[in-house]
Ligand binder design. Structure first.
Ligand SMILES: Nc1ncnc2c1ncn2[C@@H]1O[C@H](COP(=O)(O)OP(=O)(O)OP(=O)(O)O)[C@@H](O)[C@H]1O
Ligand SMILES: O=C(O)[C@@H](O)C(=O)CO
Length: 418
């Protein structure tokens, strides 16, 4: 029986959630994209559906979510978790607010917990404000994100821009007072008409308190709260023999193609180090602004490399590099570059590549869509929240889809060769 479905707003967010559930010993199936009508869900404790709707128009995002919920219902799911980024990636128009509104209507939930806090990734919430390590979100590198610059750390205020529903908060003092105090406060807020409740949490025990005995059909947040729900579920389920398999990475001697589109500070440093360790090609729209020429250049370069060795192709650039590139390529540069890396991935797979590391959630979404991957088995983590995934096929591909901010400085170098 599938006890919970996680709907994630991008693919690396989905693999992060899937890794969190696996840590609790649950059997997890991960799907990419809105599931095809009529397709069936294989036996699992939890299903994660990763959909690329973080940065698209909110009407389209809601349509994807509605179709996904309809499919999940047909497959017997009654509890839902909406997973967004631990840095609350969104714009004043959405999509977190519109999707929370939609999901609470579809599930009939009286209120929605909103809790991106994920201590494992150093994201905490206090008095409704989101912190990244020791910085407020708006003082972190997220303030210059190419798609969703996060310029306000006050989640109650930010979410209120995205919805007409009332947004309230659940302060840490109440969370620390325990589960009953939490239930009393959320009932009181719901009674006052508050629909979305931003919950404070600074460590995993806070998340356990928020998740414990929660019987609404919907929760929302980051992988931290997903893991807490997984822990609560894990103790109530019989131990499994992991019948879905536990694949790790395929052998690195088959050669790894690393594609980086994330422009996060973490990825820029990982790219800088990987450049010293493997052949690398930078694709800079400031130098070549035509997408077809960029793809052809990269494909030719890639095919000239030793296919049994790691190699790196990246568009990642700092804010100044992106500004220069956008002058030449135009306002759709981010989306065009996602497609460029995706097409390079497809051409490489057609030529035999079976091991691909991708940096960046949107970039991963584009790559997975271009490769036509619909379902993966979630395996061992290469870093917290970054599990190896293996496509379900007779000629499987190992994929490592890395959220922009995740992994240590040598992540790309180590995963490409290990
Ligand atoms: N040189 C560049 N100029 C402008 N945009 C770029 C450039 N290189 C990459 N981008 C775009 O920046 C965006 C990065 O988003 P992506 O989600 O891939 O990474 P991220 O936000 O760091 O990761 P995550 O969503 O997992 O936190 C993509 O749309 C990508 O195409
Ligand atoms: O929550 C996170 O930080 C990640 O899972 C993510 O969503 C990045 O795209």
């Amino acid at each position: 029986m599938t006890h919970i479905a996680v709907i994630a707003d991008d693919y690396t967010g989905g693999t992060d959630a899937a890794a969190a559930l696996r840590r609790s010993g649950l059997r997890v199936v991960m799907l990419f994209g809105v599931p095809a009508p009529g397709s069936t869900l294989q036996e699992c404790d939890a299903v994660v559906v990763g959909i690329k709707f973080r940065s698209i128009a909110s009407a389209e995002a809601c349509e994807y979510v509605e179709r996904t919920v309809a499919w999940l219902r047909e497959n017997g799911v009654t509890r839902y978790f909406y997973k967004y980024c631990s840095t609350f990636d969104s714009t004043p128009a959405g999509n977190i607010g519109p999707v929370c509104d939609l999901l609470s209507t579809l599930t009939g939930a009286r209120y929605t917990i909103v809790c991106p806090a994920t201590p494992l990734h150093l994201r905490t919430t206090y008095l409704g404000h989101l912190f990244v390590g020791d910085k407020l979100l708006s003082d972190s590198p997220m303030r210059t994100h190419p798609l969703t610059p996060m310029t306000d750390s006050n989640l109650v205020r930010w979410l209120s821009l995205q919805t007409n529903s009332m947004v309230g908060s659940l302060p840490l003092s109440v969370v620390r007072a325990g589960h009953e105090a939490v239930i009393e406060r959320v009932n009181s807020l719901a009674g006052q008409g508050v629909r979305h409740i931003v919950a404070d949490a600074t460590d995993n025990s806070d998340l356990d308190t928020i998740a414990a005995g929660h019987d609404e059909a919907l929760m929302t947040g980051g992988a931290g709260l997903v893991e807490a729900l997984g822990r609560a579920l894990g103790v109530s389920l019989p131990a499994h023999e992991q019948p879905l398999g536990r694949p790790g990475a395929s052998d690195a001697s088959s050669g790894t193609l690393v594609l980086a589109g994330s422009c996060s500070e973490a990825t820029l440093e990982q790219v800088r180090r990987a450049r010293l360790a493997m052949p690398a090609l930078q694709l800079d729209p400031g130098d070549i602004s035509d997408a077809v020429t960029l793809v052809d250049t990269a494909v030719a370069w890639n095919e000239a490399q030793d296919q049994t060795r790691p190699r790196l192709i990246y568009t990642s650039a700092d804010a100044e590099g992106r500004r220069r590139g956008a002058i030449a390529m135009g306002p759709d540069t981010p989306q065009i570059l996602e497609q460029v890396l995706a097409r390079i991935a497809l051409r490489a797979v057609e030529r035999g590549t079976r091991r691909i590391v991708v940096a960046g959630g949107e970039t991963s979404g584009a790559v997975v869509a271009e490769l036509g991957v619909q379902q993966v088995l979630v395996g061992d983590e290469a870093a917290p929240g970054v599990p190896w995934c293996t496509t379900v096929s007779s000629d499987p591909i190992s994929l490592l889809l890395k959220s922009g901010n995740f992994g240590g400085p040598d992540f790309l170098t180590e995963t490409a060769s290990a």
